[in-house]
Design a binder for this molecule. Sequence first.
Ligand code: ATP
Length: 284
Amino acid sequence: MNIYINDLSKYYKNKKALDHITLHLSSGIYGLIGPNGAGKTTFLSILCGLIKNDSGTIEIDEVKFLSDDFYHVFGYVPQSPALYVDLTCNEFLEYICALKSIDKNQIDHTLKLVNLYDQKYIKIKKLSGGMKQRLSIAQAIINDPQILLLDEPTTGLDPIERLRLKNLLRNLSKNKIIIISTHIIQDMDHLAKSLIFFKNGQLLDFKSPQELILSLKQFFYETIVSKNDLQKYIETYHVSSIVPINDDYKIKFFSHKDELFPHCKEINLEDIYLYYYGDVYDKR
Ligand SMILES: Nc1ncnc2c1ncn2[C@@H]1O[C@H](COP(=O)(O)OP(=O)(O)OP(=O)(O)O)[C@@H](O)[C@H]1O
């Protein structure tokens, strides 16, 4: 399965929400990264046919985009779960099976996958936020879609629920294209094969986490500063981490100049998020 997105743009009146996005996606998990307003939801909404793009094309190599066949290979987890809270989990999934024209015998298997089998006959309004999120994922995966889109699925989940969700997505990802939008970049660590960075509707970068770290490490430096000097460094450099060490601080920062400080031994995805969405990117 491949998705070819070519020169995709979208306006809301005069506001450009997506600006000439071109991407080729094959099987695997993609993290769609960006701060609020970057265009993530707009992009996913176009991919699932909820809204229309103004220009550009989307092609999928096995089905025609937005045809009936497309909806059989596709699942969507919206930003806010759209659930009927007076139904039980079982009743809700029976309704989804009817909508998707699939056999109800998929329900038990799906509830087990999302770890909600014990809640099968519980009303949705009695579920915790994390359980509701998993039920929302259940409705999206019940037809075993080859394309799965999730809009900020980790928002509001505690660390254990986030870990559960990551494991579930990892287990589901074989032969599927999974796109997960998030501004919590750490959630993509050891999960996404590639990260797609959006800012103001534009594509900033599209690389694997390893490639990103390799290409950006050269801009990161580290040094130890005294408590008195810390504020001066924060004002002068783009500091991405501060770790107290006895009475001093170990700071990590990025700069596009050749600095006299040692380069960082390691940088992580959080450093990369700050690199792209801190003000340094606009100042380059
Ligand atoms: N229905 C709409 N009408 C007008 N402008 C909109 C509409 N939906 C989104 N926008 C604007 O388009 C831009 C992209 O919004 P979008 O919701 O796609 O971003 P996002 O990255 O998903 O943000 P968030 O992380 O806050 O969900 C923003 O500037 C937003 O204000």
